[in-house]
Design a protein around this ligand. Structure first.
Ligand code: MN
Length: 431
């Protein structure tokens, strides 16, 4: 099948040509800095180039808060247009080869045709996401008081059936995993018996798990609070890992960086989940106060680095057997979503590259001899290095843009789409 990428290939070449000498110069400078540490930059770049992030279909539209949404001219209005924007992101940054769909938001009338169209655009499909946290117009029973853990068996059955339908659609699209997040919980003490809610959830989750193909994974996404503000059924990584262990080997935990209590040590949670073979994947974003869904690395790039420090450690020990699923899960309220996703993909790539630059054998020696300060400084030394030339060079060599956001603006993509795509509404919430 002939691939027809959305942006003119010459545009990227014309964009890169005048920027290449400066990139080569900066890459050579970093190469010398790493050489003095006994690290070969090409090996780091080779591993940096293996990072792959999924783009969320809902992330390419302008998001919103509980209060308002401010639409943007030229944002996507349907699945086809979302795929076009995701393909633009992949063409420019080359580390987002797959899209994660959300049903029924992205319900395809002809999944085979959608799969073929995506392939033509140079992209595929990652985890499919079920949605039992809101009611749809044609829905028989309401999720107002819960879905998989609802007190009524008929509502639970409806939610289970929806998840099984997501698996069916995902198989037709070429996906290999289902992400299950439920907003189930309570807003009042006494509203439900806390243990019984989890039992009902488990019974439903077992029914979904039983419908998983052998080569599929089921990601359990926990979230501390919201929309339920007193108790949430799958509230934390402890509940998540217990559920995943009870369901079986195909059930794994998903870490969304915004879904934890404030000041929790997320990198330690990552290490714990990995230790027990239950680290399934990540939803990358950043937060200041709660589940803010801000751009990855925009608030706390150091935490992102520390998370990748754990991931790189695990990857070094296990090689290709270690392959968590990575996705960006963000809400873009005041920026162009394509630009935010390009910026975030770069931030994640930089955090990964910094972790790859840690001198692990020296770090291990300092840890073993309890030289606390030097262990800390070994880690910090890698964080303080400017990893941008590695990420940019890997991107350039893969056919992407040296400055993806600059190239996106030069392409005039959004202006052109503003003239052809219909206007969207102001309704609050996620697109
Ligand atoms: Mn998430």
């Amino acid at each position: 099948m002939a691939v027809k990428l959305p942006l003119d290939e010459d545009l990227i070449a014309r964009h890169n040509a005048p920027r290449l000498p400066a990139l080569q110069d900066e890459y050579a400078g970093l190469s010398r800095a790493l050489e003095r540490r006994g690290i070969a930059i090409d090996a780091v770049k080779g591993r940096a180039a293996t990072l792959q992030l999924a783009c969320p279909s809902w992330g390419v539209g302008v998001g919103g808060t509980r209060f308002a949404r401010f639409p943007m001219a030229g944002e996507p209005t349907n699945l086809e247009e979302k795929l076009d924007d995701c393909a633009v992101i992949q063409q420019l940054c080359r580390i987002t080869p797959r899209v994660s769909l959300h049903f029924p938001w992205d319900q395809p009338s002809d999944p085979a045709a959608v799969r073929e169209r995506a392939a033509t655009l140079g992209i595929g499909f990652d985890a499919v996401n079920s949605n039992t946290f809101q009611d749809q117009a044609d829905q028989e029973r309401s999720y107002r008081y819960g879905s998989l853990s609802h007190t009524a068996a008929a509502v639970r059955s409806q939610a289970v059936a929806h998840n099984i339908e997501c698996i069916r659609l995902g198989r037709l699209l070429g996906s290999k995993s289902l992400t299950v997040w439920v907003g189930d919980g309570t807003n009042f003490a006494g509203q439900q018996q806390l243990g019984d809610s989890l039992d009902r959830y488990l019974e439903s989750a077992h029914a979904i798990y039983a419908a998983l193909p052998d080569d599929w994974k089921m990601f359990i996404e926990h979230k501390l609070y919201e929309p339920a503000f007193y108790s949430t059924v799958i509230s934390d990584w402890g509940t998540s890992i217990l559920v995943a262990k009870e369901l079986g080997p195909k059930a794994l935990c998903l870490v969304d960086l915004g879904h934890h209590a404030p000041s929790v040590n997320i990198e330690q949670i990552v290490a714990r989940l990995h230790r027990f073979g239950k680290l399934g994947g990540f939803h990358f974003n950043d937060s200041k106060y709660g589940d803010d869904d801000l751009d990855s690395g925009s608030i706390n790039p150091h935490q992102l680095f520390l998370v990748f420090n754990e991931l790189v450690t695990a990857a070094l020990r296990e090689g290709e057997a270690f392959s968590p699923s990575y996705m960006m899960d963000q809400s873009h309220n005041v920026t162009d979503p394509v630009e935010s996703l390009l910026s975030s993909a770069e931030a994640i790539g930089i955090a990964h590259a910094r972790a790859l630059m840690v001198d692990r054998s020296i770090l291990s020696d300092y840890q073993q001899s309890n030289d606390v300060l030097m262990a800390f400084r070994t880690l910090r030394d890698a964080y303080d290095l400017d990893a941008r030339p590695i990420v940019a060079m890997a991107r350039y060599e893969a056919g992407g843009a040296i400055d993806p956001i600059g190239a996106f603006r030069e392409s005039g993509w959004r202006v052109a789409k503003a003239a052809t795509r219909r206007a969207t509404g102001r309704s609050a919430g996620i697109v």
